[in-house]
Design a protein around this ligand. Structure first.
Ligand SMILES: Nc1ncnc2c1ncn2[C@@H]1O[C@H](COP(=O)(O)OP(=O)(O)OP(=O)(O)O)[C@@H](O)[C@H]1O
Ligand code: SF4
Ligand SMILES: [Mg+2]
Length: 429
């Protein structure tokens, strides 16, 4: 099937970085040499064309909302550039930003929290028109003509999003509406200014399955009728499959794979995408796969892993993917906490807090007389470690009473064109 023709570029992120300062006590801040930051978004680039739905997918905390908010400038980028319809909007503020807001709207997960419980639905939907009234050439916002125009616009938008009977619902409060109706009201409020881009952040995640499908259908209808463009953020690949033209798979602040949704579902390339697809629940019980995500927690975004950020969890990991001192210490910690495997290793290599790490190096000041013993034990532990990790080690050496494990530097990771998509993984370089 031929790809639909793409329109003009609506949104482009060019090496976007958004870092947040880590809140910490004053004394700790003084002692810390470098300022600790959360690397929420780290070098993200993509573009969305008019009429397209780009899905941004990834586990909790990978930076999806931060990308969404920065795209509509609810957050300032730390560096990198954001273009909207060809205009660099990375640094604009004041009136220019306000005008722009009409053109780009964002919808969040919880419709209840997005609506003021004390404001009737009709008023809430029309509210953006009051705020932007002067931009519609209306000077006197209290004029009866304007009021009537707003009401007519609100009623027709309510009809369009299926909030009917609209005359009756107009004066209802959010508390009187179901979850699905509330999300329709939020969509109506976002549409009333006729935006070009809608960022939908987990917009249907809180809805029941049956209502979810209807709201997704509505979004597709609205796209067709209004030529809308969506950045559709979700942690749920099943929802993304239903609605998205292209997918961007995000892991710990980076896009690891981006391309046509159909192709990614049929043949995921990046090991993380493969793992995510394995956990998508399949409705047919005979075909249900075991729900497994790669071992381990998502690492913290303050100290992202070296090399490929997915390497500590990657089932296909290579020796050159980014192994570093703390990976050995994490593995040793796991080893020592299993008495069956560890035997009396703790006496020689423990406690784990005595280990020091610095980038590619892990070291331990051995207890007196135990230096050779410590080296032997380290080698024995490494014999059980993932092969790629063991092969990444350049040397296990000693200096006075310190055992030093040195890893080889990782290979440089580049975004690589693989067929119709871009993948960031050494397997394809
Ligand atoms: N204002 C903030 N200050 C400090 N850290 C933040 C802030 N906002 C987000 N973060 C951190 O940035 C990272 C990315 O967060 P973000 O909310 O963008 O993730 P997400 O992919 O949307 O997650 P979820 O699926 O849970 O909504 C997380 O580590 C989060 O804790
Ligand atoms: S570069 Fe590829 S193979 Fe290596 S850890 Fe990352 S995803 Fe896995
Ligand atoms: Mg989020």
């Amino acid at each position: 099937m031929a790809q639909p023709e793409l329109g003009d570029e609506i949104l482009r992120l060019d090496n976007l970085n958004v870092h947040f300062p880590v809140k910490m006590p004053f004394v700790q801040r003084l002692l810390q040499r470098e300022k600790a930051v959360v690397h929420a978004v780290d070098g993200v680039s993509f573009s969305i064309h008019s009429g397209e739905i780009l899905g941004l997918v990834g586990e909790s905390g990978c930076g999806k909302t931060t990308v969404g908010k920065a795209s509509v400038r609810l957050l300032n980028p730390t560096s990198g550039r954001i273009f909207f319809a060809g205009q660099d909007i990375s640094k604009i503020g004041g009136r220019s930003l306000r005008t722009l807001r009409r053109k780009m709207q964002i919808i969040f997960q919880d419709p209840h929290a997005s609506l003021n419980p004390a404001m009737a639905i009709g008023r809430a939907i029309g509210h953006p028109l009051w705020i932007h009234g002067s931009e519609f050439g209306i000077q006197n916002l209290s004029s009866t003509v304007f009021r009537e125009r707003v009401q007519q616009r609100v009623l027709s938008t309510m009809r369009e999003v299926g909030l009917t009977p609209e005359e009756q619902l107009y004066d209802k409060f959010p508390g009187d509406l179901s979850g699905g109706q509330k999300q329709r009201a939020v969509i109506a409020r976002a549409l009333i200014l006729e935006p070009d881009l809608l960022v939908v952040d987990e917009g249907v995640s809180m809805l029941d399955m049956s209502i979810r499908a209807k709201v997704l259908e509505l979004m597709l209808d609205l796209k067709r009728q209004h030529g809308l463009t969506y950045l559709f953020i979700t942690h749920d690949l099943a929802t993304a499959k239903f609605i998205c033209d292209r997918l961007a798979i995000m892991y710990l602040g980076r896009i690891v794979e981006i391309g046509p949704a159909r192709d990614i579902y049929a043949d995921p390339k990046h090991p993380y995408t493969k793992a995510l697809l394995q956990v998508v629940p399949i409705p047919d019980p005979d075909k249900r796969k075991e729900k497994v995500l790669p071992r381990g927690e998502v690492p913290d975004a303050v100290h992202p892993p070296a090399g490929c950020r997915f390497h500590p969890r990657c089932p296909a990991v290579l020796p050159s993917c980014g192994w570093e001192g703390r990976d050995f210490v994490d593995f040793l910690d796991e080893h020592l906490s299993d008495p069956k495997r560890a035997g009396d290793d703790e006496l020689v290599l423990g406690p784990i807090e005595n280990w020091r790490t610095n980038g590619l190096v892990a070291s331990l000041e051995a207890k007196p007389l135990n230096i050779e013993e410590a080296v032997e034990r380290v080698k024995a532990v490494l014999a059980e470690a993932p092969i790629a990790m063991a092969q990444a080690i350049e040397s296990v050496s000693t200096h006075k009473r310190t055992v030093i494990i040195h890893f080889r530097p990782p290979n440089e990771l580049r975004q690589t064109q693989v067929g119709d998509r871009i993948v960031e993984c050494l397997l394809y370089q």
